[in-house]
Design a protein. Structure first.
Length: 327
């Protein structure tokens, strides 16, 4: 077995791009379901887990699009399986598609890269100056509030949690309500309580969507309120997703979910910009691009950088072909 990858990061969060992995289905959503138990899952484990990856690795397998309206499709993956959405991955893919010529681009303008993902069709609008990528704007699927003020008993006390959809379902609450702050020194505690809240609400009725493939809580967003900039609200967050992974970036689809909630509660007013920082200090900027009957279409701006390319080869005598996780 041998696979070559293109490794990128968006605001510190890794994204490993892989082409040529066999997947099956008429749509990207169907391909995701097949991949969970098919050959692609073995490739995921091989490239994601130790000793070739790590517990916080993230990546995507490129697929054909659902139809001619998109440039390509992608199956997002992490240590526990395949996710329904990924904003930081979409930003990385937009920059990659332009840089590699996969999508012809305007070197002094904006190029739209359209991508089919399991939660729908998204866009990465890639802005360039003199051929250099200066910004990527992730335009997400419709995002909406599912439930507010869910009272939950946790190991750190009673809290009020909101559930929001941003391509995946997120539970979100202030870190201070748990006696914590979004800082690297609190990472272990944030992971522990993030996992606890995710699994406590995973089967909540509000997290069960019309499409069961999108149901269940994907991650927990814990945030600090930093007040306001001259453009709008300013927060710092950590998103603990899957089963204990920590997003180093401010989380693209998580930021979209926060935009939907802030817009619904009036914290993010018409025409304002949401400043969203990560636990490591990197930043996304976000806004409401469009209002819908049930929610909003968020746009999240960020930037991705190429890390390098890798070729991974399996030694036939290697007993750790399936990888391993210590978390």
């Amino acid at each position: 077995m041998q696979w070559t990858t293109e490794d990128w990061h968006t605001a510190g969060e890794p994204f490993r791009i892989v082409e040529g992995v066999p997947t099956h289905g008429a749509t990207v959503a169907e391909r995701r379901m097949e991949a969970m138990t098919g050959e692609a899952d073995g490739v995921r484990r091989f490239l994601c887990l130790e000793p070739r990856g790590h517990d916080d690795m993230y990546g995507g397998f490129l697929t054909p699009p659902d139809d001619d309206g998109a440039d390509f499709g992608v199956l997002f993956w992490h240590k526990d399986g395949f996710s329904t959405a990924c904003g930081h991955g979409t930003i990385a893919l937009g920059a990659w598609a332009v840089r590699t010529g996969r999508v012809p681009s305007d070197p002094d303008g904006e190029t739209t890269v359209t991508i089919d993902v399991p939660s729908g069709r998204v866009q990465a609008r890639v802005r360039q100056q003199a051929g250099a990528v200066t910004e990527v704007v992730f335009r997400n699927v419709e995002s909406r509030v599912l439930a507010q003020g869910i009272v939950l008993e946790t190991s750190l006390g009673t809290v009020s949690v909101d559930l929001v959809f941003g391509g995946a379902v997120y539970a979100t609450l202030p870190a201070a309500s748990l006696g914590l702050a979004v800082s690297p020194g609190h990472t272990a505690d944030l992971i522990r309580i993030g996992r606890e809240i995710k699994w406590a609400l995973n089967d909540h009725p509000a997290a069960q969507l019309d499409d069961p493939r999108l149901s269940g809580v994907y991650g927990t967003i814990l945030f600090d309120d930093l007040g306001r900039t001259e453009h709008g609200p300013w927060q710092r967050n950590v998103t603990v997703f899957a089963d204990g992974e920590v997003d180093r970036s401010p989380c693209g689809s998580g930021t979209a979910a926060r935009v939907a909630l802030l817009a619904a509660t009036g914290v993010l007013a018409e025409g304002e910009e949401f400043t969203h920082d990560s636990i490591i200090g990197t930043r996304f900027l976000a806004r409401v691009a469009e209002r819908t009957a049930d929610g909003v279409i968020p746009e999240v701006s960020g930037l991705a950088h190429r890390v390098g390319s890798c070729t991974f080869t399996l030694d036939d005598a290697d007993p750790l072909a399936a990888g391993f996780s210590l978390r």
